[in-house]
Design a binder for this molecule. Structure first.
Ligand code: FAD
Ligand code: UDP
Length: 393
């Protein structure tokens, strides 16, 4: 009998498996329908021996010391600060938009103060910022919005920025200085030997059994377990009872080129040209030395593997219906990007999993203590567990 059946061997499932197995001595079965662990963070050496990310570039960054220290038990790190160029008006310019972006794009030589005034002169007055269009036009105006955001977003999401929640384009800041890093988090690094190696170490414990190529539906009636942790799409779990939750997908076109470097930056974004959104060169991320180079193109799609929840009001409302069902489903815990329908980065998923672990163990410790109130004198906990007499004040 397993204590936990964990569906999905990505960050959410693997972190919980590790905590439950090593800290709480639980017997855990992790199943994944794919033929590998690590979920969307999976990386592997391609046929030419270059380390590539199968599901697109994954760059680790976090402000959480707890998350960084936790993962540091399972990997060494390569310091890495991500940089992106955008191909706009025939030039490659820094993205997020910064002082150099504006000077290069318009052939100017503004300083930080002047560029701030430039943004103010362009910015539109938006009384309430609700959408992803509002976020950008209220900061830098419509022209820069159209050059950098409008078409990229339409390609990526199949929706106009005015139809998407403000949280989507809010991920990308605007700067008046020359900082050209994509992220400014305290911790920015790549797992030294890759993500998959880190996951191998997370899952390497006698209490953890991993079954790949296994949809949980195929084993659920045969393998006994006490509780389930589910990290797949929440609407699928409930057989789409309230209809399909939209998830955005991508097609990845991987290539190896017979040249040592190909791009002028680790990632180049193409807001206005091509059917793909961006190209990534993996060696720039991993630091690997190799005479050839591997790149990936990302082509957004509506159908296919679910990668991105789509942040907008009507989807949040539909998700809330599923969340209510999820909350009412005993002994099943929903966690991760697909199961909680949140546009989370890796570190946020790790934090969410660590929080769920604490909740699971606090609850069971409380039950344990409640069983021995005389020894522990734990009346406070008893009060929590035993319904109060409504007649008493
Ligand atoms: P997943 O990794 O999706 O794992 C869920 C697992 O459940 C999958 O392996 C799936 O096969 C399995 N599963 C689903 N249904 C079933 C079933 N019925 N039976 C068995 N198994 C099932 N984050 C960053 O921090 N930095 C980045 O640079 C970054 N780049 C990204 C780029 C792309 C293109 C994408 C798509 C995401 C990116 N992310 C990035 C986000 C990151 O991938 C996620 O935050 C993280 O991988 C989510 O982990 P998870 O465990 O919630 O889900
Ligand atoms: N975005 C854009 N142009 C860019 C980069 C980003 O319009 O050059 C918008 C787009 O809507 C994208 C969102 O900002 O989906 C968030 O960008 P991020 O790089 O965080 O996307 P992710 O890496 O998650 O795909």
């Amino acid at each position: 009998m397993f204590d936990y059946l964990i569906v999905g061997a990505g960050f959410a499932g693997s972190v919980l498996a590790e905590r439950l197995a090593t800290r709480s001595n639980k017997k855990v079965l992790v199943v994944d329908k794919r033929n590998h662990i690590a979920g969307n963070a999976y990386d592997h050496y391609n046929e030419d021996g270059i380390l590539v990310h199968k599901y697109g570039p994954h760059i680790f960054h976090t402000n959480s010391r707890e998350v960084f220290e936790y993962l540091s038990d399972f990997t060494d790190w390569r310091p890495y600060e991500h940089r992106v160029l955008a191909s706009v008006d025939g030039q490659l310019v820094p993205m997020p938009i910064n002082l150099d972006t504006i000077n290069k794009l318009y052939g100017l030589s503004l300083n930080s103060f002047e560029v701030e005034q430039f943004f103010e002169s362009q910015a539109e007055d938006v009384p309430v910022i609700r959408t992803s269009e509002d976020v950008v036009v209220s900061k830098v105006g419509r022209q820069l919005y159209e050059k950098f955001f409008k078409n990229y977003t339409r390609k990526q999401w199949g929706l106009d920025p005015s139809e998407l929640d403000k949280s989507v384009t809010s991920r990308v800041p605007t700067r008046t200085n020359r900082d050209d890093r994509y992220f400014t988090d305290t911790y920015q690094a790549m797992p030294l030997h890759g993500y998959t190696r880190m996951f191998e170490r997370l899952l390497d414990h006698p209490n953890i059994k991993v079954m790949l190529n296994t949809d949980y539906h195929d084993i659920i009636d045969f393998i006994p377990f006490r509780e389930m942790i589910f990290t797949g799409p929440v609407d699928e779990f409930f057989d789409f009872r309230y209809g399909k939750l939209p998830y955005r997908s991508l097609e990845f076109k991987h290539e190896t080129l017979n040249t040592e470097t190909h791009l002028a930056a680790p990632v180049v974004n193409f807001p206005n040209d091509n059917l793909y959104t961006r190209i990534t060169e993996f060696k720039a991320l991993t630091g690997q030395q190799h005479p050839k180079t591997a790149i990936v193109y990302e082509y957004p799609k509506a159908e296919g593997d679910p990668y991105y929840p789509v942040p907008r009001l009507e989807n949040a409302e539909l998700y809330n219906q599923y969340k209510k069902l999820a909350d009412e489903t005993p002994n099943v815990h929903f966690v991760g990007r697909l199961a909680t329908y949140k546009y989370y980065n890796m570190d946020q998923v790790v934090a969410q999993a660590l929080t769920l672990y604490k909740k699971l163990t606090t609850t069971s410790e409380e039950v344990q203590k409640a069983k021995k109130p005389a020894i522990l004198g734990s009346t406070a906990i008893m009060e929590k567990l035993v319904p109060r007499d409504p007649a008493k004040p």
